[in-house]
Design a protein around this ligand. Structure first.
Ligand code: ZN
Length: 193
């Protein structure tokens, strides 16, 4: 049986898990928005995570992946699940004084074909840092897989396989009607970790 999911099915899964939030949010870019997708609400359900990961793994299975690498924190759970679906090893990178590194003894075997996995990709800044780390270690970054592509230009040049393309309107803080109306602002991202 195919593990493939349509974008409609993925959106339905996100909505059923209450992962699509409305309110007043500061995105990682610094822009403000009235909509935010909290992937953690899906990733708290192992069965749902396994299903989404199988769909992602199917998209990239022809790419001959040897290793999955993900940036902490957002990419860890879905990255592990995709690695499990592909039957390959999983490592993650994290920031040390602001610099992305592989710690904990994680390594990339020379020549390994690496899939980078992230929960949500907007500009892909963290993903680009992981790609650079993998190259530096002698690995071969092959593709990027994400649960959601929020649209817009990317900071990396590898093919991106998202389960769902979800363009959410955002604007600069000084043009924000929600700020003008003094609606409390939330910063749900994890870039500062
Ligand atoms: Zn605002």
């Amino acid at each position: 049986m195919s593990a493939a999911m349509t974008e409609e099915e993925v959106l339905e899964v996100l909505k059923r898990a209450d992962a699509v939030l409305t309110g007043h949010f500061q995105l990682t870019s610094g822009r403000h928005s009235d909509t935010y997708v909290q992937c953690a609400r899906v990733l708290e359900d192992p069965a749902l995570t396994t299903r989404l990961a199988a769909a992602l793994a199917e998209r990239v299975s022809a790419s001959g992946i040897d290793l999955v690498a993900a940036p902490a924190v957002g990419g860890i759970v879905i990255g592990f699940a995709v690695a499990q679906a592909l039957g390959v090893r999983f490592i993650f990178s994290e920031r040390e004084q602001g610099v992305m590194r592989f710690r904990r003894g994680f390594s990339v075997p020379p020549g390994a074909r690496v899939l980078i996995v992230e929960d949500v990709v907007t500009t892909g800044g963290s993903v680009a840092e992981v790609i650079a780390l993998v190259r530096e270690a002698g690995g071969v970054p092959v593709a990027v897989a994400s649960m959601i592509d929020r649209g817009g230009p990317k900071a990396f040049d590898l093919p991106l396989y998202p389960l769902l393309r979800l363009e959410v309107d955002s604007w600069e803080p000084d043009a924000c009607a929600l700020c003008s109306a003094s609606v409390p602002l939330y910063s749900p991202g994890s870039r500062r970790l």
